[in-house]
Write a protein that binds this ligand. Structure first.
Ligand code: FAD
Length: 484
């Protein structure tokens, strides 16, 4: 058929998965187009996810740290918060990064097409220009773009509970990041990472929190012992932590949102909130791109199944990131994007090495950027037990870490799990300040097949929190005779 433009590779979606794929493919020599419906690149992560949430969490962490200083003999004044300025700061942070992406796309000669993309067949994509479209005649204009390969990186969106009324006081993570309401009492629906991160910000800014979680623990997926430490440290933020409990109804009244609960922790009466954050998970955008026109399989839930090379059931079409499955994390999307780009380039340029690229990460780390941070990677103790894998544990409590004590923050610990037979490390978790910055070392150790001796004999600088990794490994191989 006829097309308005033709490319070697078209990438649908400009998030971490999409831009990583587009940039890698361009670097390898392909002619690439990146289709994005919004005015900025970066997707959920840069615009309304990872980055703006961390900009706000940083401010909250500094405020919390300052309030702890009273115990050390240093008293700051009561903080006053100008939310307009804070919002401007957050927008400046995201603007800097999305602007950087636009410049990098230009430098690599990646054509950015501003519009909503949908599949026409296994070689063509329809792009309907959106507001602010660059280099296109007018809003609403439709063009057909031909591709030899397509990478779908259309991401996910927040799940909306159908029984919650339409009201500005009921928000998802995107709404919460806008900081339009200054609540005295806030409900977090869903006790996962996103809900607890946003809860941390609002609580530090003065809100009392309730959280409701359907499952028996907060931060499902994390090692239970890590969560316990987090919960103890954060108890003061909460009026009520409702576990094994569901939100079943809500009514918007002039003085607040009245929410009804059902389950183990449910209060009998509806509860009043100034702000309700829905953080009950994200749903993939697989059903919104007319994938069926190209014969691309999409599951009932909207995921697109792929093989280890990120290829869908259609040879010319690949998919990456949130749209292909859990965990829905930016670093997973980036790595998958690189694989898909390399396979496409390998096939189109006849490069046998690139052709063999595949996603074979052993583990993908998770981090809750709360205070303290909670980070984990690989197998947990509970999972090992369930799978019948015998583990040797190396536990290092931060009450024995000189640095943690000097920081006035020794509530955390570092835990490593080794396979009892092979002695290799198969999992680990850290709860404490900067846990997220340290979890990469455990991921590397797992990827490299390190054992407790490898990690224990690696010289870590003293006095650091990272030292706790070497100490935990020494505990596991039994040679720990002293602690600093
Ligand atoms: P997305 O980032 O969702 O990007 C998809 C892009 O495709 C979007 O820009 C969208 O506009 C575009 N698009 C979709 N359909 C079309 C179409 N038909 N036409 C044109 N364009 C289209 N992950 C972490 O690893 N660390 C964190 O700290 C973290 N924090 C988070 C905090 C919050 C509040 C949220 C919501 C998420 C967070 N995540 C975090 C998750 C992370 O944002 C996602 O895993 C990541 O953005 C997924 O990347 P992606 O490329 O698959 O898709």
């Amino acid at each position: 058929g006829s097309a308005d433009q033709a490319f070697d590779l078209v990438v649908l979606g400009g998030g971490p998965g999409g831009y990583s794929a587009a940039f890698r493919a361009a670097d390898l020599g392909l002619k690439v187009a990146l289709v994005e419906r919004y005015a900025t690149l970066g997707g959920v992560c840069l615009n309304v996810g990872c980055i703006p949430s961390k900009a706000l969490l940083h401010v909250a962490a500094v405020m919390d740290e300052a309030s702890h200083m009273a115990d050390l003999g240093v008293v700051f004044g009561e903080p006053t918060v100008d939310t307009t300025k804070l919002r401007a700061h957050k927008n400046k942070v995201t603007g800097k990064l999305t602007g950087g992406l636009a410049a990098m796309a230009k430098m690599r000669k990646v054509t950015v097409l501003r519009g909503v993309g949908s599949l026409l067949d296994a070689q063509h994509l329809k792009v309907e220009a959106t507001e602010g479209a660059v280099g296109q005649a007018k809003t609403g204009a439709v063009q057909t773009v031909a591709f030899k390969r397509l990478i779908i990186a259309a991401g996910s969106q927040a799940v909306r509970l159908p029984f919650l009324p339409n009201d500005p006081r009921i928000v998802d993570s995107t709404g919460a990041l806008e900081m339009g309401v200054k609540p005295e009492k806030m409900l977090i629906v869903g006790g996962g990472i996103i809900g607890l991160e946003m809860g941390t910000v609002y609580s530090t800014l003065g809100a009392r929190l309730d959280v409701v979680e359907m499952l028996p623990t907060l931060m499902t997926g994390a090692d239970r012992d890590l969560v316990k430490v987090w919960q103890k440290f954060n108890q003061h933020r909460f009026d009520n932590i409702m576990l094994n409990t569901k939100t079943v109804a809500a009514e918007a009244r002039p003085d607040g949102i009245y929410v009804t609960f059902e389950g183990e922790g449910a209060p009998k009466e509806p509860q009043r909130y100034d702000l309700v954050l829905q953080a009950v998970g994200r749903t993939p955008n697989g059903k919104k791109i007319a994938a069926e026109n190209a014969g691309v399989a999409v599951t009932d839930r909207g995921f697109i199944p792929v093989d280890v090379q990120m290829r869908t059931n259609v040879a010319s079409v690949f998919a990456i990131g949130d749209i292909v499955g859990q965990p829905m994390l930016a670093h997973k999307a980036v790595h998958e994007g690189h694989v898909a780009a390399e396979v496409c380039a390998g096939e189109l340029l006849g490069d046998d090495k690139l052709k063999k690229s595949q996603f074979d990460a052993r583990v993908i780390p998770s981090v809750a950027y709360t205070d303290p941070e909670v980070a984990w990677v690989g197998i947990t103790e509970d999972e090992a037990k369930a799978k019948g894998i015998k583990v040797t544990k190396g536990l290092f409590p931060w009450t024995a870490s000189g640095r943690a004590i000097a920081n006035g923050r020794d509530e955390g610990f570092t835990k490593l799990l080794f396979d009892e037979e092979s002695h290799r490390i198969i999992g680990g978790g850290i709860v404490g300040t900067h846990a997220g910055d340290m979890i990469g070392e455990i991921a590397l150790a797992i990827e490299m097949g390190a054992d407790a001796v490898d990690i224990g004999k690696t010289i870590h600088p003293h006095p650091t929190l990272g030292e706790s990794l070497g100490m935990a490994a020494e505990v596991a191989h039994g040679s720990c005779t002293d602690v600093p």
